[in-house]
Design a protein around this ligand. Structure first.
Ligand SMILES: Cc1cc2nc3c(=O)[nH]c(=O)nc-3n(C[C@H](O)[C@H](O)[C@H](O)COP(=O)(O)OP(=O)(O)OC[C@H]3O[C@@H](n4cnc5c(N)ncnc54)[C@H](O)[C@@H]3O)c2cc1C
Length: 457
């Protein structure tokens, strides 16, 4: 059973900027006939491919089964923010639930995850259009600016982090100006990249290491067999000793049954404009390629691409019906016009959407599936999988190899089931309405960017 309507799972590639600007995909023919492999991985996104690369590098026979082709899921259609994140719980909640040391360990993992991708790009010589270091969080109203200042102090205390607070004038001096931004918090960790170039480079790297990747091979059943697992696809079957589930927001809700109701795939919509001229960028005051997002609960994320196009994305929508997706894109376009009034009439070249994944615990999971020897899962990156899924995939490979994985304790608790799972989407719709009210209105036309900074530090 899949949670959304069929267009969310349409095997055609989305009309994304990434698909239009990537080199050819690596050849990945389907699984045919009866095959065996030491390890099977279901899903060829960052998590599955990172695990496959690490396993193959360790000399283990590994076969990745992908429903469509590598990167067809969220990994090939995201915003390309390689940054810290992965949980919906903030520091205070993580400390309350797991204690300060566990929160610090998880924080270090997020930093390592960004470095992991940077190293991987270098080691595997993947040209993924890496952009400038750092990520800007923009306060969308005065109270949020005060909260960012508090956050900077708390993160310095808990993690010893040095984040930089910037007033609207300082933002503007860095070429970051939109309507209604009341200040920014700059984290030097992270960088933007071309997500599909990275993904395809990773797939090729896994193949070079010895992994087999089978495209057009959706797994329809997974059952214990002969001390291992039997996986069935339309044209073949695979017998594997160990299996990693790396399907995140895609695939059936109950494959395997243990997973049922433990995750909530959520829609995110993205569009890219036509290239903006230098004069147009100057007119808006946005000339920086720093990846940025705002402090709304229903956050907007945006960045100038190296070729002058502007990418804008936002969460929302709870239906994948064509009319609902069209409404979501129209809404994204309206929000963009409010935040970047000088570009209100700039043509959109491409728009697309995809599924990210929350879990019932609001924290990611990478570990063994309880009560199912040889079965592992790595998923639930809460819309932040470019770095997190990449490192978690590599680290879960350690556990599949029989080693103790270098994973933070926070990621080792199997996700809770959502209560009343059949109400997940209606309750999400309700939650979105509440969050939109809490986020408050969009900037009005003519509203200037700045309020004087209410004090720094
Ligand atoms: C529009 C959008 C924007 C985003 N922006 C960002 C961003 O800027 N930065 C960031 O860090 N994160 C972002 N994310 C989230 C990020 O893309 C994901 O967290 C990450 O790509 C998940 O990687 P994954 O490998 O776990 O899963 P996916 O990349 O989703 O891969 C799962 C794969 O499993 C396959 N699959 C499912 N079921 C089966 C089956 N039965 N048999 C075989 N194969 C199966 C699917 O076809 C799919 O290819 C965004 C997500 C979306 C949708």
């Amino acid at each position: 059973m899949q949670l959304y309507e069929s267009p969310a799972y349409d095997p055609a590639w989305p009309d994304s900027h990434w698909a239009a600007t990537s080199p050819a995909p690596p050849p990945c023919p389907p699984l045919t006939g009866a095959a065996r492999s030491e390890v099977a991985v279901i899903g060829a996104g960052y998590a599955g491919l990172s695990a496959a690369r690490a396993l193959a590098q360790a000399g283990v026979g590994v076969t990745v089964l992908e429903a469509v082709q590598p990167g067809w899921g969220a990994s090939g259609r995201n915003g390309g923010f390689c940054c810290m994140g992965g949980s919906k719980l903030d520091d205070a909640a993580l400390v309350r639930r797991f204690g300060p040391e566990a929160a610090r360990r998880f924080h270090r993992f997020q930093q390592e995850a960004v470095s992991h991708v940077a190293t991987l790009l270098q080691e595997e010589e993947i040209d993924a259009d890496r952009g400038p270091d750092g990520e800007m969080l923009l306060a969308h109203r005065p109270a949020a600016w005060a909260a960012l200042q508090r956050q900077a102090r708390e993160r310095a205390q808990l993690h010893g982090e040095r984040l930089v607070l910037l007033s609207p004038a300082e933002l503007a001096a860095r070429g970051i100006a939109g309507a209604g931004f009341h200040g920014g918090l700059f984290n030097p960790v992270g960088f933007p990249l071309h997500p599909l170039k990275y993904l395809r480079g990773l797939a090729r790297a896994a193949q070079r290491a010895g992994a087999t990747i089978c495209g057009d091979s959706p797994v329809s059943s997974l059952r214990p067999s002969g001390g291992g697992w039997q996986l069935t696809t339309p044209q073949g079957s695979l017998q594997a000793g160990r299996v990693l589930i790396a399907t995140n927001g895609y695939g059936a809700d109950d494959l395997p049954p243990w997973l049922a109701a433990r995750r909530l795939p959520v829609l995110s919509a993205v569009f890219t404009t036509r290239p903006l001229s230098e004069a147009e960028r100057a007119a808006q005051g946005w000339t920086s390629e720093t990846m940025s997002f705002d402090s709304r609960a229903l956050l907007h994320y945006f960045r100038l691409l190296p070729d002058g196009r502007f990418l804008f994305g936002m969460r929302g929508g709870t239906s994948a019906r064509p009319a609902a997706l069209a409404a979501l894109h129209a809404e994204a376009r309206r929000h963009f016009a409010a935040l970047f009034p000088a570009w209100a009439d700039v043509a959109v070249e491409r728009h697309w959407s995809g599924l990210a994944c929350l879990t019932g615990s609001l924290a990611p999971f990478a570990g063994p599936v309880p009560g199912a020897p040889g079965l592992f899962a790595a998923l639930g990156w809460h819309g932040n999988g470019v770095s997190t899924a990449s490192l978690a995939g590599a680290r879960i490979a350690q556990e599949i190899l029989g080693q103790t994985p270098d994973l933070p304790g926070i990621m080792r608790h199997p996700p809770r089931r959502f209560p009343l799972p059949f109400l997940r989407r209606p309750l999400l719709a309700l939650g979105y309405r509440v969050l939109a009210l809490k986020d408050g209105p969009l900037p009005r036309p003519g509203q200037a960017a700045c309020h004087p900074a209410p004090g720094r530090g």
